[in-house]
Write a protein that binds this ligand. Structure first.
Ligand code: GLV
Length: 327
């Protein structure tokens, strides 16, 4: 019997390819430039599954272009690229990759936190410029990390991973979330549940770990930035539109906060031009989960979801399994 035809918008990694190739007739997009929308719509037309990235939108238009599609598997934990209700209406399963990138992402939030607090990139640029005159008492004075207050917006798996790392730095941890964590977690992580207002006002570092939802879009607004301490830093490894970038530029320019370290942007791959020349900003290219092991795990997870679907099993990471009544 002919294998089902599927499209993967990247070559993925050997471990994921081995899984897919064993079950499917897979078309991989192998061109270094990412697949264009037109090409994606064309190539998905005769496919029964799509393994895609967070940069590819699975929306009504794509679903209309793919009448045979049964599953769309994004190789990302965030799934704001997928119109899940539209998939459900069409009977298409939508899956993502939760759980496998939490620790790697938490590591990177900390990488940004320490680098912005201690001005590492400014120091690196100075050394490379050949103009460093040698040690001096008042060079590159930053903010301490140890013993300070860390505010975590969104206390899911990644937020908790960030909190756990703060224990070693003897930080005070505040968190806000729609749901309060179990008291054992609060105790183990020395984390205090507070409202957002207090978190903005009291934190020395604020790290964002909320998904992008209507309620979290521009959560970092002019109003909330104004509540922050002038010595505080903002770290974002979640989704760009959670931060109002124009308001952030304004807050930095007016020294309402001390700095920001960003891995994600409102209009990726564009960056607000006001952020680019700033020394009090670190700009990373959406790389928080980018370790060899983690990205491989993500691709394998996406592949296994597709395999489950065609095996007649419930894809383990389906976002609409109940709505589709998948067994
Ligand atoms: C990365 O941003 C992801 O959602 O996996």
């Amino acid at each position: 019997m002919a294998k089902p035809k599927i499209l993967a918008t990247r070559p993925l990694f050997p471990a994921a390819r081995a899984i897919l190739d064993a079950h499917f007739d897979v078309e991989y997009w192998t061109v270094p430039e990412r697949i264009s929308r037109a090409e994606l719509l064309k190539r998905v037309a005769d496919k029964e599954a799509l393994v895609c990235l967070l940069t590819e939108k699975v929306d009504q238009q794509l679903l209309d272009a793919a009448p045979r599609l049964r599953i769309a598997a994004t190789v990302s934990v965030g799934f704001d690229n997928i119109d899940v209700p539209a998939c459900t209406r069409r009977g298409v399963a939508a899956t993502h990759t939760p759980g496998v990138l939490d620790e790697t992402t938490a590591d990177f939030a900390w990488t940004l936190l320490m680098a912005i607090g201690r001005r590492l990139l400014e120091g690196d640029a100075w050394m490379r410029s050949g103009t460093w005159p040698g040690w001096d008492l008042d060079q590159l004075l930053g903010g301490d990390v140890w013993g300070k207050t860390l505010g975590i917006l969104g206390f899911g798996r990644i937020g908790r991973g960030v909190a756990r790392r703060a224990l070693g730095f003897r930080m005070r941890v505040l968190y806000s979330d729609a749901v309060r964590a179990p008291s054992e977690d609060e105790r183990d992580l020395h984390a205090e549940f507070v409202d957002r207002d207090r978190l903005f006002r009291e934190s020395d570092f604020i790290s964002i770990h909320v998904p992008l939802l209507p309620d979290t879009r521009h959560l970092i607004s002019k109003e909330n930035l104004e509540k922050m301490k002038p010595t505080a830093y903002l770290i974002n490894t979640s989704r760009g539109p959670v931060v109002d970038e124009a308001a952030l530029v304004d807050a930095l320019e007016n020294r309402k906060i001390a700095g920001a370290a960003l891995d994600v942007y409102e209009n990726e791959p564009k960056v607000h031009p006001g952020l680019i020349p700033r020394k009090d900003v670190i700009l990373a290219p959406h790389m928080a989960s980018a370790s060899v092991d983690t990205r491989t795990r993500m691709a394998v997870m996406a592949a296994n979801n597709v395999v489950a679907m065609f095996d007649g099993r419930r894809p383990p990471n389906a976002l609409n399994a109940d709505a589709l009544e998948l067994k």
